[in-house]
Design a protein around this ligand. Structure first.
Ligand code: F0G
Length: 371
């Protein structure tokens, strides 16, 4: 009797539970009945109105909060697809180069599938939260004495010559899974936005959103393509500069990339959507990081805040039409790299005040007057 009730409850829960992007969008992805579905329930992330940003810019601003994915970044959408297809192909090990989030995601999905993840990260250059995730999920993590671009070159070499399956976004399955974020935006807005803004590292996500929106337009779910705006950190802005950057630098470690893997695809996407690529200084990234956490209530890692910084920069330049619907993707959770929250705008450390166990004393520190 009780087990019957339990199983009914399980079915009920199941029917209300988001099933991950492969099951939710099975008819719009390149999968078949033979594809094993390796999922941790990714996707279905909130699209949140941001009145504070709307007020600052005169646009209708929404935030697609991708930090709400199972490993805390948008990478999970592409990783469920890439790992599922790798397992379908009989892979026993996958490999990726990463600035942190891809490695956390690959590690989680590979271990869930019962296969090995090998991850190559630039030594000392990835956030502690992300490093911890990959290790917690049992990846074989190697810190390479080079930058991300070196790691990707080696991951490509290894996958071409050894039995390890590449799951970086040069693997088309990644982009395919990531396009589902555009589907979710359209479901909420009932059309495409006028402008969609993303951070750019390898430019895989910029490419993926463009593909998702293109498919929505083709099937008649929307009336237009959004203009795709992508932002790179000023010290790491190869697409904006039009040439490879050999020694990329930025505090936004997730997008410290000098030779984007999806560069050509991104330029095609820019052309198709009448899009734009811009560069943002680290100081402006950190300013936007604080605005988003303190005024909107959304905590992201610095790379994600570049979407906000890009919006503010374009709005200040008078290039965001009044009343336009603008969606900003914020790609990774703030808890992955929280150290930046504990500094003021001019870099001083923030140390919370310590108080004794004394109500009157605490009231006085808070400036409260007794009622
Ligand atoms: N935002 C975050 C938080 C990221 O981790 C990345 C990429 C991007 C934006 C840029 O996306 O590469 O599709 O243009 N991170 C990769 C990684 C490189 O290894 O985790 P992109």
């Amino acid at each position: 009797m009780s087990s019957e009730r339990e199983s009914t409850q399980a079915v009920k829960t199941q029917s209300r539970q988001w099933r991950g992007v492969l099951r939710e969008y099975a008819d719009r992805l390149n999968i078949t009945d033979a594809t094993p579905i390796i999922t941790l329930g990714e996707g279905g992330t909130p699209l949140i109105p941001a009145p504070a940003l709307s007020k600052r810019t005169g646009a209708k601003v929404w935030i697609k909060y991708e930090g709400m994915n199972p490993t805390g970044s948008f990478k999970d959408r592409g990783m469920t697809m890439a790992i599922s297809k790798a397992v379908e192909d009989g892979a026993k090990a996958v490999i990726c180069a990463s600035t942190g989030n891809t490695s956390a995601s690959a590690a989680a999905y590979a271990t869930h599938a019962g296969i090995l993840a090998v991850v190559l990260v630039p030594e000392g250059k990835i956030a502690l939260g992300k490093l911890s995730q990959a290790i917690a999920h049992n990846a074989q993590l190697l810190q390479v004495q080079g930058n991300f671009d070196d790691c990707l070159d080696i991951a490509r070499d290894l996958s071409a010559n050894y039995p390890v399956h590449l799951v970086n976004s040069v693997n088309p399955d990644r982009i395919e899974g990531q396009k589902t974020a555009a589907f979710e935006v359209v479901e909420v807005l009932e059309d495409a936005p006028d402008i969609h803004i993303v951070p750019v590292g390898n430019a895989g996500n910029y490419t993926a959103y463009t593909r998702g929106y293109t498919e929505e337009l083709e099937r008649g779910a929307t009336t237009k393509l959004p203009r795709m705006f992508g932002f790179q950190a000023a010290g790491s802005a190869p697409i904006v500069l039009g040439h490879r950057v050999d020694h990329p630098e930025t505090i936004a470690s997730a997008i410290r990339i000098g030779n984007p893997a999806s560069w050509d695809l991104a330029l095609a996407a820019q052309k198709l959507t009448n899009g734009y690529f811009g560069a943002i200084s680290d100081a402006k990234i950190l300013e936007a990081y604080r605005i988003l956490s303190a005024e909107v209530g959304i905590f992201v890692e610095p790379a994600s805040a570049i979407s906000v910084a890009g919006l503010l920069e374009r709005a200040e330049a008078g290039l965001i039409p009044a009343g336009a619907t603008v969606v900003l993707t914020v790609t990774g959770h703030g808890l992955k790299d929280p150290q930046w929250a504990l500094r003021t705008a001019d870099g001083a450390e923030i140390t919370p005040t310590v108080v004794p166990v004394d109500t009157a004393e605490i009231a006085s520190v808070l400036g409260l007057v007794k009622k």
